[in-house]
Each structure stands twice: as structure tokens, then as C-alpha cells.
Design a binder for this molecule. Structure first.
Ligand code: GUN
Length: 293
């Protein structure tokens, strides 16, 4: 069994980005600029946005965070997005999700200029992704593709089972892995809350992607021998073994599944670090106007 080391892969990619940015700055060019809009005080969202800001600094990007209370109206938030859309000094814009219930996520995402939508969530960019046209791929699925590439994992003609159909992970990764491309050319099955025979379907997977949001959902009896297992889950659970009293676990029972599979991405240190690096890659693309000219 081989561990898919997302932390090391992310560091390699970050170094390459940092080198490119340093060269730009040496030529007296501007650095890429990522803006994040953060609404409310969800602790996980604050952690994600702070980590994104830290990673921006590490590679030499400019980053700004637009913080607003959960009480902000939809109209006011749309104005914030419009302001950033019109600021030529900002290359990429993300609105951290989830948003408070009184705000329409769809309205907010549709208000983002697709050329700055480095999360790849705008319907225009999702359409381009489906059609295999140049675009910004959503960060987590993009990170998974880069891990397949880095570890030269064969995907053609493989049975791939995706657990979860979220707009952020399950749905886009299922589309990307069924495209005529590498990584891709898989036969993909998407499982969700209404799926019957879940265990049987999973047991047939050459590649199993767990993005179901339930700690330790995937057990060894659901996994085919020598399967490739990608764990997208991240959950903070109580632990008597750590100083903090907590530890991070994924959607997969790592100890038992790792004994059965050929490759596995751990939590932490697997998909997570790749997500942020993918956002940095998309921001660099936006800065270089590689998608929208
Ligand atoms: N919330 C959870 N994941 C994401 C992400 O990739 N982007 C944004 N904007 N919000 C998220």
C-alpha cells in the first residue's frame, strides 16, 4: 500500500508557483491578488480562509479578506462582490461557503465575474468544465486530479465510485473522471443518500472517492482489494491520545482500509493541502489571463 502524500505534492507545486511569482516581482510586475469574502463566524470557514491567506503569503501573492457579519443583507453582499469584480487590481475572488440562510448562494455565485471565479463555481465555468473547455476547475476535484497525475495512477477504463454528490466535490469529480482525458476515461458511479446496495457498488470500485461528510463511513468490507481510495472527508473528533483533546479523521476508516488498498490518501495530509494549492494555481491562471483573455 502506498500513501498518497498530498502535503508533499502541495509543497512541490507551491515552490513552483513561488518561483514564478518571484520572477514576476523581479521584472517589476504586480503579484497575483486573491480576495476572499467571509460572512459570519463559522469557525471552520475562518480556519479555511486564514489558511488560504497564509498560503497566498507563502507564494508571494497579495491576499485580502472582506469580513462581514452574518447579518449582512443579500443586497449588501452582492454590492461587495460587485466592488471586487470591478477592482482591476484583484485577479481572483472567492466567497467562502456556507452563507447564512437568508442569502441565496446561487445569486451570489452568479454575481461573480466568471473571469475571477477561481473557485470554479460559476455556472459558466461549470459548463466549460463539462465541455472540457479551458476553465478554472473547482479546487478539491482539481487537487484530486493532480494527485492521480503525480502518482501516475491509471484511470482509463477503471470503475470509479464517488460517494456524495455535492456541488463542490462529488458532482464535479464525477464529471471530470468520466471525461475523455487523463486523469479520466473512468466508468463513474455516483452514490448518494437514496442509493441502494451501496456496499456492493463500492466493493466493485477500482477507484473509490469518499466525499460523503460522515466520519469513518467507509470500512474495509466496502473496499475491493488493491483499490485506490481517496478520502475527501475532514472531521474534528474527540481523542484521548492528543494534547488538544481532538484529532482529524476522514470519511474512511484508515487503519483497516489502508491494509486492503493499493493507494490511499490520508487525513490530514492528503486531499486537504491540495485544495488550497489548486486555488493558488487558479489564481495564477486568472492573473495570467489564461482562461479569459
Ligand atoms: N466551503 C467549503 N469548501 C469550499 C471551497 O472550496 N470554496 C468556497 N468558497 N467555500 C467552501
Amino acid at each position: 500500500m502506498k500513501i498518497i502524500d498530498g502535503k508533499a505534492t502541495a509543497s512541490e507545486i507551491k515552490l513552483k508557483i513561488a518561483k514564478e511569482v518571484a520572477e514576476m516581482i523581479n521584472r517589476d510586475e504586480d503579484a497575483p491578488h486573491l480576495a476572499a469574502v467571509l460572512v459570519g463566524d463559522d469557525p471552520a470557514s475562518h480556519t479555511y480562509v486564514n489558511n488560504k491567506e497564509k498560503s497566498c503569503k507563502e507564494v508571494g501573492f497579495i491576499s485580502s479578506i472582506y469580513k462581514h457579519p452574518a447579518s449582512i443583507s443579500e443586497k449588501e453582499l452582492l454590492k461587495v462582490v460587485d466592488f471586487i469584480n470591478n477592482d482591476d487590481d484583484i485577479d481572483g475572488l472567492i466567497v467562502q461557503l456556507p452563507l447564512p440562510k437568508h442569502i441565496s448562494v446561487n445569486k451570489v455565485i452568479e454575481s461573480i465575474n466568471p473571469a475571477k471565479d477561481v473557485d470554479g463555481f460559476h455556472p459558466v465555468n461549470i459548463g466549460k468544465m463539462v465541455l472540457n473547455l479551458p476553465t478554472y476547475l473547482p479546487a478539491t476535484p482539481f487537487g484530486i486530479l493532480q494527485l492521480f497525475d503525480r502518482y501516475k495512477i491509471e484511470t482509463e477504463a477503471k470503475n470509479c465510485v464517488v460517494l456524495g454528490r455535492s456541488h463542490i466535490v462529488g458532482s464535479p469529480i464525477s464529471i471530470l473522471l468520466s471525461r475523455k482525458a487523463y486523469p479520466g476515461n473512468c466508468t463513474v458511479t455516483v452514490c448518494h443518500s437514496k442509493t441502494r446496495n451501496l456496499k456492493e457498488i463500492c466493493s466493485n470500485a477500482d477507484i473509490l472517492i469518499a466525499a460523503i461528510g460522515q466520519p469513518g463511513f467507509v470500512s474495509a468490507d466496502m473496499v475491493k482489494k488493491d483499490a485506490v481510495v481517496i478520502d475527501v472527508g475532514i472531521h474534528r473528533v474527540k481523542s484521548s491520545k492528543t494534547k488538544s483533546g481532538f484529532r482529524l479523521i476522514g470519511d474512511v476508516k484508515f487503519d483497516e482500509v489502508s491494509k486492503k488498498c493499493s493507494y490511499i490518501s490520508p487525513v490530514p495530509g492528503g486531499v486537504g493541502p491540495m485544495t488550497i494549492v489548486s486555488l493558488l494555481s487558479n489564481t495564477l491562471k486568472a492573473f495570467k489571463k489564461e482562461v479569459y483573455h
